[in-house]
Write a protein that binds this ligand. Structure first.
Ligand code: DX5
Ligand code: ZN
Length: 218
């Protein structure tokens, strides 16, 4: 069985010391760092831009998983690619020409991800699935850490896992409200990548938390 990827989100870290946050993610054995970019327009919150990604890059050898919650993602992908992103994921709801943006991300030598909010059905991105390296299912309404999971979103994870059987090759990521209990449900539904913000940064033992999220505890 393939190993579940854990991607702690620095959204829940102390923004005055994000370098330490990414170092703590590497030290906990997570392997991916999830970076939430918010523009105050697509979502009602603001975080950071490509300079933050570039400045953090030397502190970590982990995969940088950039989640763009912005209204015009196409205009920003080159900057995030240059900053050191490995995966660049944007929202289907924010783009008309999603297929073009997926191609542009790949042309920059990066992995391309597409995300859907809880209100968007899988059918809205079905034509794009053969072109995606990652599909990010939001299990909360994006904008903030520490929200309660919307369990119904797991139906979409199951649907994406079924659709993948017909030949597409994308990772299924879930983001929002992930803790050891909901992680087990996400894995059972078919998720490959689990994003965790508040659960990771509130854990006293981050290494143990990563193991629990993977289902390796005990
Ligand atoms: C929410 C972000 C998430 C967030 C998850 O809009 O996309 O990545 O950090 O936080 P938790 O794990 O606390 O729900
Ligand atoms: Zn995110």
């Amino acid at each position: 069985m393939k190993k579940t990827v854990i991607a702690p989100s620095i959204l829940s870290a102390d923004f005055s010391n994000l370098a330490e946050a990414v170092v703590s993610i590497d030290a906990a054995g997570a392997g991916w760092v999830h970076l939430d970019v918010m523009d105050g327009n697509f979502v009602p919150n603001l975080t950071f831009g490509p300079k933050m990604v570039a400045d953090l890059r030397p502190y970590s050898s982990a995969i940088f998983d950039v989640h763009l919650m912005v209204s015009s993602p196409g205009a920003l992908i080159a900057e995030f690619a240059a900053a050191g992103a490995d995966y660049i994921t944007f929202h289907a709801e924010a783009a008309v020409h999603s297929h073009r943006i997926l191609g542009a991300i790949k042309d920059l030598g990066k992995k391309a991800g597409i995300s859907i909010v809880p209100a968007t059905p899988v059918g809205a991105i079905e034509p794009l699935l053969p072109f995606a390296d990652l599909v990010l299912v939001m299990t909360v309404n994006p904008g903030f850490g520490g929200q309660r999971i919307i369990y119904q979103c797991f139906d979409k994870v199951r649907a994406l896992a079924r659709l993948r059987e017909t030949g597409a090759d994308y990772l299924i990521s879930v983001d929002g409200g992930i803790n050891p209990e909901t992680a087990a449900l996400a894995r059972a539904a078919g998720a490959d990548v689990l994003v965790a913000g508040s659960a990771f940064f509130s854990a006293a033992d981050k290494t143990a938390l990563v193991q629990q999220l993977r289902g390796n505890a005990e």
